[in-house]
Design a protein around this ligand. Structure first.
Ligand code: ADP
Ligand code: MG
Length: 334
């Protein structure tokens, strides 16, 4: 039977050994991305989202140590590969990265070199992963540039990244990521640097391409407002752990974790002038080093129970088939 999941992350941990102790940047996270569906990974800056995504495609810092499993199911080749076990920067991961799994970032200049034309860089990726035919590769590149809404694609093909506006560069990066028809797209804060109108266009574009290609998307953002439009399922991450996980409906209609509720309160309401000041969660995400054995959100939680939340780590409580939470408030007594 064909696997519906394109990616399965199982108990992934990404640690850094330092002189001062171990930084547990990602600490046992699990999720699946389904074919044709979008999973949102949400949390404030410093929660471990980017490190998770970098570890999937093997571009995490050399000093980090990853354990657990990242299973990639290739539906064309009918193979399953544990990406964690692959040699760093070896031929296997390089065949996957940019071809079968593509990534787009907040800052397109991390994907493009300023020294080569946009067209050249897209073609190079196509030649690496899809065809050896240069004429065909150029055709694919131009077609993709048109598909992402770059007007005059033939002319813009020969332009350099600096000749593109921010929004257009973002589109070009999406064109490059899509040019090899990936089975999985990882989008790490893809629209954070864009203004609201362009952001909406880029999100719509990603949804259209997803529908055409039956691609799975891992959508990473600090902004729960953006995931409302995009995601089928959501994992809320705090201090390297999933604190809540559910369908978009679970998270938006019936959020449980105090952290999720805090994130929801900080979404600006369009057109609502009565909310002049945005509520946000007090405090900041600490650096996950030498953390005590307790709920990671304890210091910032308005519902924290002394003697309970601060004495041992919290385990996951299953609320329904789709909905899970890691919080003592919902832990069933045994
Ligand atoms: N090279 C590194 N060395 C040590 N710690 C790191 C390194 N890269 C990231 N971290 C730590 O990992 C944590 C998560 O970072 P990151 O994945 O970038 O978070 P996010 O994308 O959610 O903002 C942070 O606490 C950060 O300090
Ligand atoms: Mg990040």
């Amino acid at each position: 039977m064909e696997n519906k999941n394109v990616l399965e992350v199982k108990d992934l941990k990404v640690y850094f050994d330092t002189e001062d102790g171990v930084i547990k940047a990602v600490d046992g996270i699990s999720f699946e991305v389904k074919k044709g569906k979008t999973l949102g990974l949400v949390g404030e800056s410093g929660c471990g989202k980017s490190l998770t995504s970098k570890t999937i495609i093997g571009i995490e810092p050399k000093t980090s140590k990853a354990t657990g499993e990242i299973i990639y199911h290739d539906s064309k080749e009918k193979t399953s590969t544990n990406l964690v076990a692959l040699k760093k920067n070896g031929p296997e991961i390089r065949a996957v990265r940019g071809g079968k799994i593509s990534m787009i970032f907040q800052e397109p200049m991390t994907a493009f070199s300023p020294l080569y034309t946009i067209g050249n860089q897209i073609v190079e990726n196509v030649l690496l992963h899809r065809t050896k035919d240069k004429v065909e590769a150029k055709k694919i590149a131009i077609e993709m540039m048109k598909k992402v809404g770059i007007a005059n694609a033939e002319k813009r093909y020969d332009q350099y990244p600096m000749e593109f506006s921010g929004g257009m560069r973002q589109r070009a990066m999406i064109a490059m990521a899509m040019s090899c028809e990936p089975e999985l797209l990882i989008a790490d804060e893809p629209t954070t640097a864009l203004d609201v109108t362009i952001q909406a266009q880029v999100l719509q574009l990603m949804k259209n391409l997803q529908r055409d290609m039956d691609m799975g998307i891992l959508f990473i953002t600090h902004d729960l407002g953006v995931v409302a439009e995009m995601c089928d399922e959501i994992v809320v991450m705090y201090l390297g752990k999933a604190v809540e996980r559910g369908s978009a409906k679970d998270i938006f209609k019936d959020p449980k974790h105090p952290y999720t509720k805090g994130l929801l309160r900080s979404i600006p309401v369009l057109g609502d002038r009565s909310k002049s000041r945005l509520e946000s969660i007090e405090g900041t995400v600490p650096i996950p080093i030498n953390l005590p054995d307790r709920c990671g959100f304890y210091d910032r939680c308005e519902h924290a129970i002394k003697g309970k939340c601060d004495v041992k780590p919290v385990s996951i409580t299953k609320l329904s088939e789709s909905h899970q939470v890691r919080c003592f408030l919902y832990e069933k007594e045994d």
